[in-house]
Design a protein around this ligand. Structure first.
Ligand SMILES: Cc1cc2nc3c(=O)[nH]c(=O)nc-3n(C[C@H](O)[C@H](O)[C@H](O)COP(=O)(O)OP(=O)(O)OC[C@H]3O[C@@H](n4cnc5c(N)ncnc54)[C@H](O)[C@@H]3O)c2cc1C
Length: 575
């Protein structure tokens, strides 16, 4: 099937890149590039998407894992932007990805003055109104809760000095799963999808439209020329670097802003709801995932290499300091089971003021870099689809865009169809395979209507039904599935982006390495030597990450993280 991403498919797609003519080559396989690839392919355009690392290895796999309506933008009276976000959230929850994007209640403790509370009530009222209208009424309206009612929902919340709380809804998602599902869905509609390949040049005569890109296969070092009449750059914080490959001086300007998250075990905070806090500097969420709490995020300027940002000890201390006052049982360092950092691509002022070549909203922008080359950057995970529509429309120009309109608002992602029927089978399937209700929920939220494909794999090898010994949240079959269908090329792709052990587990998945390689090695055709190399490389990465987390400055942390060589080296390391 076209949507199974694996080494054999990758080779086929590399061959197609070398031999066929493309309408659109998308550079970058984060949520923006994956969304653009799906938008373009589902319009019927011959599309390729090229990613230098693993899918979602950039900012898109290091988020707060929320699909947000953007409550905080209501404080800035940016109703248009909030309406856009709420519309996208509604589409994702109701039809595009209802298996991956789940409604999530939050409590917002009210400690503010009477005037601030009135402001909050007005903001949340507009939020509800937009949810009911443009958001398809997919999420329940807010509720005002007394202190006692709030404490019933979140006994571990400290509410002294608060006179109650507001309960409102947003949605949660495994960010990296959303990205890989977008890429697979794009492949289903004919897109060529190649990870661990870097676009190193673009070909065009001066002032003439682009004719192609040069792609370096980072697994082999081979370079190939891809013929295309259009390029869309979706490389997040690497935007300027990629634009420079076009030898043009227009485009977008993006700055990197670092955000970190802490992960704590689910049983550590007694609450049935997420918690939302507005601090003086930003907003912090205590966000429930199925087995963990994620706490974050922070926001600070980043001046180091763009590859592999890591949280520092100082940032972890600061975040603990911010959230502990609202927790009845303050969190200690030793209770944190994971942490990670990401770099937000923040859109800056544009290079030129020509409205024909640039379209900028509060958060994202689309610009022509050179004839046939468009750049899209900024924004949020939540609004990836909208950014993709605008980028492809912009590339095609009005007449051609009208002939090939976007259909992504009506195109469910893989796994979205049949989710209700599959949910109705949950108890029966659980009984057959020996999985409890929690495991079934985990599987349905990750695979949705595609679950039967995993069941077939288990039927063929019953050992795959068991949980991973060192990470029982995940089943062995999920490792196998990642190898045959989800575009894994290296051990770190499994442990960081498909299963989230690198981010969410205290040992960063080190304890699961042997078992995971024993499953993955044969499926990926690895020799004994390759298995050893993959393990050694991953364990070195974990040591370097742990050392970096003890550093007190970004500079020191980056130096320590660099002690571990990348399993595949790309040009991004030098940026
Ligand atoms: C801490 C944090 C929390 C966040 N939380 C949320 C949230 O909860 N909800 C939300 O909606 N948004 C959130 N965001 C924002 C969101 O993560 C980003 O807006 C979004 O992920 C950006 O995606 P992107 O695809 O543009 O960039 P990226 O995900 O960084 O992808 C760019 C990709 O381009 C690749 N690349 C670069 N150069 C090349 C090249 N030459 N050839 C091939 N590939 C190349 C890179 O390897 C990279 O994978 C958060 C961001 C951060 C940092």
């Amino acid at each position: 099937m076209g949507n199974r991403l694996n080494p054999a498919q990758r080779q086929q797609h590399l061959n197609a890149l070398a031999n066929e003519d493309f309408d659109v080559v998308v550079i970058g396989g984060g949520v923006t590039g994956a969304g653009v690839a799906l938008d373009s392919a589902s319009r019927g355009l011959k599309t390729a998407v090229i990613e230098a690392q693993d899918w979602a290895a950039g900012a898109s796999g290091r988020t707060s894992r929320l699909v947000v309506g953007g409550l905080r933008y209501l404080y800035l009276c940016d109703f248009g932007f909030v309406a856009e976000s709420i519309r996208e959230r509604g589409l994702l929850v109701s039809s595009i990805a209802p298996h991956l994007v789940k409604p999530q209640p939050f409590l917002w403790p009210m400690r503010e003055s009477r005037a601030e509370r009135a402001k909050a009530a007005a903001a949340i009222g507009v939020f509800d109104l937009l949810t009911r209208t443009v958001g398809r009424g997919t999420l329940p309206p807010h509720r005002q809760l007394s202190r006692e009612a709030a404490l019933k929902l979140a006994p571990d919340l400290r509410l002294e000095g608060a006179n109650g709380a507001i309960e409102f809804h947003d949605a949660r998602v495994d960010d990296a799963r959303l990205v890989i599902t977008l890429v697979r869905t794009a492949a289903e509609y004919g897109a060529c999808a190649v990870s661990r390949a870097e676009v190193v040049r673009m070909t065009r005569a001066e002032d003439a439209p682009v004719t192609g890109v040069i792609v370096r296969d980072l697994e082999t070092g081979n370079e190939l020329q891809v013929r295309t009449r259009g390029v869309i750059i979706a490389t997040g914080v690497w935007t300027q670097h990629t634009q420079a490959l076009a030898r043009a001086d227009s485009g977008l300007r993006v700055l990197a802003s670092k955000g970190i998250h802490l992960v704590v075990p689910k049983d550590r905070i007694n609450a049935q709801t997420g918690i939302f806090l507005r601090t003086r500097e930003s907003a912090i969420g205590i966000i429930p995932m199925l087995d963990h709490w994620i706490i974050g995020s922070t926001d600070s300027a980043w001046h180091q290499s763009l590859l592999h940002p890591v949280p520092t000890r100082a940032e972890v201390d600061k975040l603990l300091h911010q959230i502990n006052p609202v927790l009845a049982r303050p969190l200690a360092h030793g209770e944190i089971c994971g942490c990670y950092a990401g770099l937000r691509p923040l859109l800056q002022h544009r290079f030129d003021n020509d409205s024909r070549t640039t379209r900028i909203s509060r958060e994202h922008g689309v610009a022509q870099v050179a004839p046939g080359i468009v750049c899209v950057a900024g924004g949020k995970l939540t609004t990836y689809r909208l950014m993709a529509v605008q980028a492809v429309d912009f590339l095609l120009r009005r007449a051609e865009a009208a002939k090939h309109p976007s259909v992504t608002d009506r195109t469910p992602l893989l796994g979205a169809q049949g989710i209700q029927a599959m949910t109705n089978q949950s108890e029966r399937i659980g009984t057959i395979y020996g999985w409890d209700a929690g495991t079934m929920q985990h599987l349905l939220e990750r695979y949705g209507g595609e679950l039967p494909e995993l069941l077939e794999m288990v039927d063929a090898d019953l050992t795959l039904a068991a949980p991973l010994q060192a990470a029982p949240e995940y089943l062995r079959v999920e490792v196998a599935r990642a190898c045959v269908a989800e575009g894994v090329l290296h051990l770190e792709d499994i442990l960081a982006q498909r299963l989230r052990l690198n981010l969410d587990y205290l040992d960063r998945g080190a304890g699961a390495v042997d078992e995971v390689v024993a499953i993955a090695g044969p499926l990926l055709g690895w020799s004994a030597q390759r298995c050893t190399q993959e393990k050694q490389n991953y364990l070195a990465r974990v040591s370097a990450e742990r050392a970096a987390e003890q550093a007190t400055t970004d500079e020191m942390a980056v130096t320590r993280r660099r002690q571990a060589a990348d399993i595949v080296t790309s040009g991004l390391a030098g940026v």
